[in-house]
Design a binder for this molecule. Sequence first.
Ligand SMILES: C[S@@+](CC[C@H](N)C(=O)[O-])C[C@H]1O[C@@H](n2cnc3c(N)ncnc32)[C@H](O)[C@@H]1O
Length: 437
Amino acid sequence: MRDGARIAAAIEILETLQTQHQPVKDAVRDWGKAHRFAGSGDRAWIGGLVLDALRHQSSTAYAMDGDAPRTLAIGTVGRVWGVEADAIDAMFAGDDHAPEALTDAEREGLARDISDAPLHIRGDVPEWLEESLVRAFGEAAAEEGRKLSSRAPVDLRVNEAKVDFDRAFKEVSSKLKAAENSPLVRSGIRIPQRDPRGKSAAAESIPAYGKGWVEVQDIGSQLAALASGARAGEQILDYCAGAGGKTLALSALLHNTGQVHAWDIDWRRLRAIWPRLKRADVRNVQVHDDSEDKALGEFVEKMDVVFCDAPCTGTGTWRRRPDAKWRLKPAALDRRMKEQDIVLERAHRYVKPGGRLVYITCSVLPEENGDRVNAFLDKVEGFKPVPVMDALIQSGGLGDGAEALLESCLTEHGALQLSPGRTDTDGFYICVMERVG
Ligand SMILES: C[S@@+](CC[C@H](N)C(=O)[O-])C[C@H]1O[C@@H](n2cnc3c(N)ncnc32)[C@H](O)[C@@H]1O
């Protein structure tokens, strides 16, 4: 396909998304199925444009004075991808499948300066969340919004229970040439964000992944596991285990000693954990797919670590799920906050005296983070926040550049708020509390 026809395809998919409220990945996949002539390179290009158009929807619509699918697609190619207006018209010329030539209004929109636009427009964030982002990031709020609107890299965690880092890195970089060491965690490999107009293999297709040497896991998520301070021989409860991403990381920290107990209120989510445990060759995880009292009753005050990767709005992962950014509504934030309170109120009971309660979200909203920790500390006695940095340093798993980078993430109670702007990771919040009573 020529580029003009690819832009026309992206416009078609954006039209579908505006009328059918479908997840963006499904809409791109369905378009591909209905247009078999499009190759994998075409689909990556088209899907990349659709995702970038959603990431920058608000600023593009403001500059272009409209949010019609054509306006958004053209605005993204010009303003985000940096293609000049004449070059866009050249893509359209002489191709029956391409959109019509640019109008004068579109050319003006492509050149418009929006540096004096309101913060939520410049930062491409929902207007109702502007205040929360300012609370979280102060003067850097618009910049963090822009970073949350950029493409995300792919991060890998080397499964050091199975292979040493250097061997895994050599094999990964032989297939994914751009692979680099993470400055934040020793076991992390980064594949920098890729331009959808270029070609590159998916991390899941390389042999090292099939052999269980590496897992796809954001560096922020790897830091959260390290912050648990998990040590060989310990008993850990992963209370919101979901599909088991953090369970695997915690298990690797124990080097197949001790025990990670994986539980989730929604046992269907736990199903995805089984093939992952097998691939990673993990022998110290017990999956508990029963009601809480039956599954966890015997663990009250017995756990060295209770890890709560709480349900959240996922605002910290907007780079990967730009459609979720615009779908999020205040009622959903309220629901998540209530769930977070419930998780902390129930999960803390399993921590043994001297043990640690770790509270994690992949959100950048203070309402889901420090506010929930404060609500918990006000209600439940016997827990004292401890500096996350101490646990991370003691873990021995930090990369050479980590301490300097993480300094900017420090927030109330020695917790950390990571973000694309601060650490070039997803926006994880990590708080550790010790049971002192
Ligand atoms: C952020 S996800 C967990 C992701 C997972 N830890 C991973 O790394 O793949 C949050 C999980 O919390 C679970 N959850 C929601 N409410 C809960 C509750 N009251 N108790 C326990 N788990 C809960 C959800 O079912 C969901 O799987």
